[in-house]
Design a binder for this molecule. Sequence first.
Ligand SMILES: *Cc1c(COP(=O)(O)O)cnc(C)c1O
Length: 499
Amino acid sequence: MKYHSTRGRQSVSSAAEAITRGLASDGGLFVPDRIPRLSEEDWAAMENETYQERACRILAYYLDDFSSEEIRDCVYGAYNDNQFDDPRIAPLVFVKENLVIQELWHGPTCAFKDMALQILPHLLTTSAAKIEEKSEIVILVATSGDTGKAALEGFKDVPGTRIIVFFPEDGVSEVQKRQMLTQEGENVHVAAVYGNFDDAQTGVKSIFSNSSYTEILGKNQMKMSSANSINWGRLLPQIVYYVSAYMDLKAEGTLKGNDPMNIVVPTGNFGNILAAFYARQMGVPIQKLICASNANNVLTDFIHSGVYDRNRNFAKTISPSMDILISSNLERLLYELTGHDDKKVSGWMEALNQDGRYEVDEATKQQIQNLFWADFADDEKTIEMIQQTWAEDHYLMDTHTAVARKVYERYAEETGDETPAVIVSTASPYKFGNSVAQAVLSTERLEGRNEFEVLTVLSEQTGTTIPVGIRDLEKRPILHHTKTAKEEMGQTILDFLGL
Ligand SMILES: *Cc1c(COP(=O)(O)O)cnc(C)c1O
């Protein structure tokens, strides 16, 4: 299989090249030249397979330059019981009739980013060896909170790599910040950026496409790559859990024959829901992809109107991993829906860059509306949803998952569609424990307590367990102290690398 840039100006690559480079040199994203369909044999075999076996099968289609042994090493190196606290890796929880939740946060950092970032270092080092890349690989990450920690965990002390993470100083939760600032490892660097996530992401993207940085690093036998969901190696592993959820629903009896399902995804950068789209194109009978946003509802408006307009206020919400106004992976969807029309896609992305806005043509808009349904939930509704789910169903959900459930509730009301749905849960409730505690505990229990003490109270009062990745966080020493202006991110990188 070959990979192209969504902007068409970079010649074709193998999977190994696409994964090693991260971002195409024309600023576009790498995409496979076709989306393979799973065969009858695949479907039959997967019924009795483990998560890891399903992963090997699916990855093999896209990584045809990897041997099956290499794929196995990557998959089992990532998804095992040293890293994941549930042997099913991405378990479905049947909370009650019509409420099925897929928990994607059983990895080391308690958010769904681990699903991809535990395997990416394996994919990347295997890819780099395959294309005989001798340079040290410098992973640059902009994070709204969860990617940063998951990438640091995934890449710490991986030979031949260095990792540099930028996060918005005031845009992440206390737990998220502490998780990053206490990160150990010889090859890790962390910096807070004065600005929001989009500032950090734009900064990283512009460093990637700035040839003077590429040159300085090149002279020192270093090469930049990305662990953001713009890297194909991030997106690909996410397809697996949608296929796996479908197989599990069939095994459980919720779905029979070719019965369709719906998927509900709390969305920010559009990576997770795009993986569901790819799963659909591979043959999973997904009827609607329900795109749930918080108050930063740029995607809701886009799916309703065909106009993507980032010229709006940036809201800081209690679901900060979705506080995003530029959803990078939408570019890959547009490339697919326009039949790989790289000129059209380039034009829209240029308009986004210049004016912060673009409008897709009528045919593309129609396709989007056939596939997707979108709405948003503000903080108040999010808190209500957490509270209600705990009170009625005794299930504790995080703020992002609650956004998804709220939007799904509206979808069901508005459309009357009774197709079984899977709501994707993207973080442990303890990762956003302060907001969750506010929703389910009385204010008096929380008064005068810091965010870490609140977690203990939450655990005691709900009878749920604080995951290992978050326990004792406030006792760990802070190892990273750098803060930088968004204009200085390039220099910060050079300083970190000693150049
Ligand atoms: C990253 C993240 C999201 C958004 O996922 P995208 O792939 O960026 O759309 C949602 N919830 C949580 C907890 C996240 O960490």
